[in-house]
Design a protein around this ligand. Structure first.
Ligand code: HEC
Length: 112
């Protein structure tokens, strides 16, 4: 028996990986929620530390997101777990809010 069907199944599963689809599939509603989390709901707000032109923020404590262009998976990971002096938000934001802000940052920064 050939191994090809097994390999193409793997490729198909890889292509369907949820993180890869996260930002591209984000609805307008999700992006709006993400922007609201970035500017208001997150405590402390992302905007007090990060520059993101779409959100009108100009802080430079953290990396400039327009330059870093983090994809949704990278952003969600940073928001959930924190990184360096950036706090973790896993206990203060809902999963829906984290997924939304990640999709928003990826889209607004031009990561995809
Ligand atoms: C208190 C300031 C502060 C706040 C608030 C903050 N960040 Fe950060 N953020 C940082 C710093 C500093 C880094 C760089 C950390 C390092 O690399 O050591 C960072 C890194 C990141 C990164 C890059 C992670 C990586 O993989 O390199 C992303 C994306 C990010 N922040 C998004 C966000 C979002 C979205 C929010 C709001 C939910 C947020 N940040 C809130 C300071 C902050």
């Amino acid at each position: 028996m050939t191994r090809l069907p097994y390999l193409s199944l793997c490729a198909a599963l890889f292509a369907m990986a949820p993180n890869a689809a996260l930002a591209q599939d984000a609805s307008e509603e999700t992006l709006q929620l993400g922007k609201q989390v970035f500017l208001e709901a997150a405590e402390p707000q992302c905007a007090i530390c990060h520059t993101l032109a779409d959100a009108g923020s100009t802080a430079e404590i953290g990396p400039i997101l327009d330059q870093l262009k983090p994809d949704a998976a990278r952003t969600a990971n940073a928001v959930r777990n924190g990184v360096g002096v950036m706090p973790a938000y896993a206990d203060t934001l809902s999963d829906e809010q984290i997924v939304a802000v990640a999709a928003y940052v990826a889209q607004a920064s031009g990561a995809n």
